[in-house]
Design a protein around this ligand. Structure first.
Ligand code: F6R
Length: 589
């Protein structure tokens, strides 16, 4: 949420700042700004809206070699130019990702010291605080050391000081920040994709560390210089380009067969299973929470372990009843989701064993969890998750399978056959991605409301289908347990209301067929996603998907739902990769 960048070196800064910001636009895009220093003067340009608005007001070829930039997802104050970053107070200009919780009391103190504020942001208050401290000692290192002791909340800051026009300062707490290095050029960024056009080498800034970048790059903790290990990004930079696709979302869906294969390969090497645990909590947000619901079904059904799935924003505040042999799994693509991270910390306070299932390497959740299993999705840029969700589901499915085998709940032959079936699944996913979903999109795109239905495993999948559609197409949609619809909500079904029913779970298919009929009797237009043929009076449109087994079938059902959402959003002219009001990495509570 919010992306920050910075550059100091021999190249022209503005094009680099813009390119880097574009790579981080998935983190927020309601306003953007940069600050650069030219001939010892600081210039700040900010614009409401997407980065292209900012780009239009910049002179790209201007000769300057140091600057910081920001793309915003508004927290304090509406998205406008005044609230956009960078903020300058006195000698200090900065960009910020995170939330300063004690900014109101700091603001009061600073106001008494005759500071005035133009914006409603917490960030401007920090600029003033740093300025106030710096004016007393004229020592940035000492100032930044002291300032971190006064700030409550989360932050990554890129900072410029008028008296040091060749230097960028960076600090962080609970918001990510990396320092990219290319010869004597230095970058700061909230995420690695922002620097991949220039370098794959970077330092990970740790909590409490201060980075000082000019013609060299030095790190300090508590005022003492430290040495850090340079890291190397392992992927290739095409993973952060659209590679000819119109949208990242389509490109990322097309990568799903490969992601499935890579996940299986990775999990074959993984030794962790649930066999020593008697109960499990799965905690996550949004789509990752839906992954947990699919996982619950498979773990309970096959590994015979009870699973409780909760959204992280609730879990982090609930009363805990710690049990023995209990595992808490947190699932997160970004590894930075504030609520999921807080839930994880809470579980650790109770000394519970924790496992992170995380996509972004060395993200906060990955580093905080006792154990981590990385999902093999690679960088995911589209705000709506597709391939990372598939990777999460596959990972949990394989963990359930391995645990079942280790607990002697299935034979070696069964285990190996199912393991092999994931490769078959990858081929089938490829085929499903190449099917035509325009007919379903045509039925839906002009409607205002729709429903997704399912029971058991199907319900878990329906919830993700519904979320995918509403987040990118802005159509109102609700996921309901099929059997629950008649307890009130069916009153909303009218002539032509689209109802997508997921029907891949063999055990309860006959019940779902009856529910379809109930909906059709009230005029609903039923699009059934099923892995077996259905009675013709139980649907209006049938999307037949392959039937493999319970472990792989979820991947078959989710592809049509992702594709339908994409084509509906496209038909409605929505900004598919950057849906309004959303951001990819939700680093605020
Ligand atoms: C939906 C979506 C969100 C995320 C949620 C958690 O397409 O992407 O619902 O799943 O914000 O994010 P992570 O997985 O980064 O913790």
């Amino acid at each position: 949420m919010c992306g920050i960048v910075g550059y100091v070196g021999k190249k022209k800064a503005i094009p680099i700042l813009l390119n880097s910001l574009k790579a981080l636009e998935y983190r927020g895009y309601d306003s953007a700004g940069i600050a650069y220093i030219k001939d010892h003067d600081i210039h700040i340009i900010k614009k409401q809206g997407k980065i292209k608005n900012l780009e239009q007001s910049l002179s790209i070829n201007e000769d300057n070699h140091i600057g910081i930039g920001h793309t915003r997802w508004a927290t304090h104050g509406i998205p406008n130019e005044v609230n956009a970053h960078p903020h300058k107070v006195g000698m200090i200009t900065l960009v910020h990702n995170g939330i300063i919780e004690n900014y109101e009391s700091l603001r009061q103190d600073l106001t008494q010291d005759s500071y005035t504020f133009k914006s409603e942001t917490d960030t401007e208050v920090v600029a003033a605080l740093i300025d106030q401290m710096y004016q007393k000692n004229h020592d940035m290192l000492q100032t930044l050391n002291e300032v971190t002791k006064k700030l409550e909340g989360t932050y990554a800051f890129g900072i410029l000081c008028d008296e040091h026009p060749d230097t960028i300062y960076a600090i962080r707490k609970d918001s990510p920040l990396i320092i990219g290095v290319q010869d004597e050029d230095y970058f700061i960024a909230s995420d690695v994709p922002a620097i991949l056009n220039y370098t794959k080498e970077y330092y990970l800034l740790e909590q409490g560390e201060i980075a000082i970048l000019n013609d060299t790059c030095t790190f300090y903790v508590e005022g003492k210089e430290i040495k850090k290990k340079l890291k190397n990004f392992e992927g290739d930079s095409s993973s952060v380009s659209k590679s000819g696709y119109e949208h990242f979302m389509m490109k990322e869906m097309m990568e799903e067969p490969d992601v499935l294969r890579k996940t299986v390969h990775h999990m074959k090497e993984e030794t962790f299973t649930f066999k020593d645990y008697q109960s499990i909590d799965i905690v996550a947000c949004g789509s990752a929470y839906h992954t947990g619901l699919v996982g619950k079904y498979l773990i309970e059904q096959y590994a015979d372990i009870p699973v409780n799935v909760e959204v992280a924003s609730e879990y982090r505040y609930k009363k805990f009843f710690p049990k023995k042999n209990h595992l808490v799994i947190v699932i997160s693509q970004s590894g930075e989701t504030a609520d999921t991270l807080a839930a994880l910390k809470r579980a650790k306070e109770y000394s519970l064993d924790t496992l992170g299932i995380v996509n972004v390497k060395e993200s906060s959740i990955a580093r905080e969890a006792d154990q981590v299993i990385y999902t093999m999705a690679g960088p995911e840029i589209a705000v709506a998750t597709t391939k990372a969700y598939l990777a999460q589901v596959t990972t949990l499915s394989l963990l359930a399978l391995k645990t079942a085998y280790e607990k002697d709940l299935m034979t070696k032959e069964e285990y190996e056959e199912i393991l092999h079936s994931f490769d078959v699944g990858a081929v089938k996913v490829g085929k499903l991605l190449n099917k035509d979903y325009s007919e379903q999109a045509k039925q839906i795109y002009e409607k205002t409301d729709l429903f997704y239905l399912g029971r058991g495993l199907d319900y878990a999948l329906a919830m993700e289908g519904s979320l995918k559609l509403k987040e990118i197409s802005y159509l109102h949609s609700e996921a309901y347990a099929s059997g629950e619809l008649k307890h009130g909500t069916i009153s909303l079904v009218e002539d032509g209301t689209p109802v997508i029913t997921v029907m891949i779970d063999d055990h309860i298919r006959s019940k779902s067929i009856s529910n379809n009929k109930e909906v059709r009797a009230r005029g609903g237009y039923v699009i059934a996603i099923s892995n077996t043929d259905l009675p013709s009076d139980s649907y209006d449109d049938l999307i037949l998907v392959p039937h493999i087994n319970d472990f792989v079938n979820p991947m078959m059902a989710l592809i049509p739902m992702q594709m339908i959402s994409y084509y509906v959003a496209k038909a409605r002219g929505c900004d598919i990769d950057k849906p309004k009001n959303l951001a990819k990495s939700v680093t605020v509570e």
